[in-house]
Ligand binder design. Structure first.
Ligand SMILES: Nc1nc2c(c(=O)[nH]1)N[C@H]1C(S)=C(S)[C@@H](COP(=O)(O)O)O[C@H]1N2
Ligand SMILES: [Mo]
Length: 335
């Protein structure tokens, strides 16, 4: 299965960043090699040159080290501009920190992301409690520029940094009995004010799941960063899932548990309102939400003069890569 690395003439790596910055990054890389590589330093410089104005929080050493050998590539959206960092980090859904779009940016700094461990359990050969660093130890970071389409009919284009979930799955070796993966977000009422309040519709912790073939698909990413830096807390630090052909709620944030299970897990939104949100949640302009159409979306940021509304694409534009996963399924029934 192909991760399409754009050919010349299409959206090239150099389109994402001003040409001058791109060239100087190349020079910087060469300089670093000649001078015997200053660990940590060049990588942070690369990140800040690619995304000027993005502030890099002090990153753990393992992250900075990996950033130095990251593969920077633009994937799939043809010439669609990346959403400004300011919008991607201030308009969020992360109900653990409150129900409004601005709540995560305001309150998620209370989440302590270091140290962080992830429990791997279920039908798997190598269960255990892994530190984040250990979990990422064999991964090579890649940049993946993906569309993110929320079920609420808005969308963004975000440059994630992460590695294929498939790499981790292969490493921990699930048994053949495992047919699904269940993911769980941290549940810490002291740090997550949204879980303390009256917004009691959600039965915490937030849970999501994928069928094994979806989990193994090369587009499915475990992200540890975005815009050349670690994930901001409001975007799901320090580890989140990104499944670009599904509605945003599948892309679960701040993961603390990954379980290999035999049965389709009960997921948060599906359990809450099964008529409205399905387990599959594949982006589909033809399958309406009971209360609104999914045919169009608002690409953020919009303005008073330009709402930036555009057609929604089947599988969020990734049909060529993922339609085969659903060959025999009725997408209207298994929404
Ligand atoms: N734990 C958790 N993960 C979550 C959510 C949430 O409320 N809690 N919201 C989801 C929804 S509805 C969307 S659209 C995306 C938003 O990701 P972003 O804020 O990084 O754009 O996160 C998803 N992951
Ligand atoms: Mo969403």
């Amino acid at each position: 299965m192909l991760i399409r690395i754009p050919a010349s003439g299409e959206c090239r790596e150099s389109d994402v960043t001003p040409e001058a910055a791109y060239l100087s990054r190349r020079q910087l890389l060469r300089g670093a090699i000649l001078s015997g590589a200053v660990v940590g330093l060049p990588s942070l410089a690369i990140a800040s040159e690619r995304y000027p104005g993005v502030t890099a929080e002090p990153a753990p050493t393992w992250f900075a080290d990996k950033l130095a050998s990251a593969r920077w590539q633009a994937v799939v959206p043809d010439g669609e501009p990346v959403t400004p960092y300011a919008d991607a980090t201030s308009y969020n859904n992360f109900y653990e920190f409150g129900p409004n779009k601005g709540d995560p940016a305001r309150h998620a700094s209370a989440l302590k992301v270091e140290p962080w461990t992830v429990l791997v359990d279920g039908d798997v050969e190598r269960p255990g409690r892994y530190s984040l660093e250990d979990l990422c130890s064999e991964a090579r970071l890649e940049e993946r520029i993906y569309r993110l389409r929320c079920v609420e009919a808005w969308s963004m284009v975000i440059p994630w940094l992460g590695f294929p979930l498939a790499d981790l799955v292969k490493r921990v070796q699930p048994h053949s009995a495992a047919k699904f993966i269940r993911f769980e977000t941290a549940y810490r009422p002291e740090e997550m004010r949204g879980t303390r309040s009256g917004f009691a519709l959600i039965d915490w912790p937030y849970v999501e799941g994928l069928r094994m073939d979806e989990a193994m698909h090369p587009l499915t990413l475990l992200a540890v960063g975005m815009y050349g830096r670690t994930l901001p807390n409001q975007n799901g630090a320090p580890l989140r899932l990104v499944v670009p052909w599904k509605y945003g709620f599948k892309s679960i944030k701040s993961i603390v548990r990954i379980s290999f299970v035999r049965d389709q897990p009960a997921t948060t939104w599906q359990s809450m309102a099964p008529e409205e949100y399905g387990f599959y949640a594949n982006v589909n302009p033809k399958v309406s939400h009971p209360r609104w159409s999914q045919a169009r979306e608002r690409r953020l940021p919009g303005s008073l003069f330009n709402t930036n509304v555009q057609d929604t694409l089947l599988f969020n534009g990734y049909a060529e890569q993922v339609a085969g996963l659903y060959g025999s399924m009725d997408l209207g029934k298994d929404y």
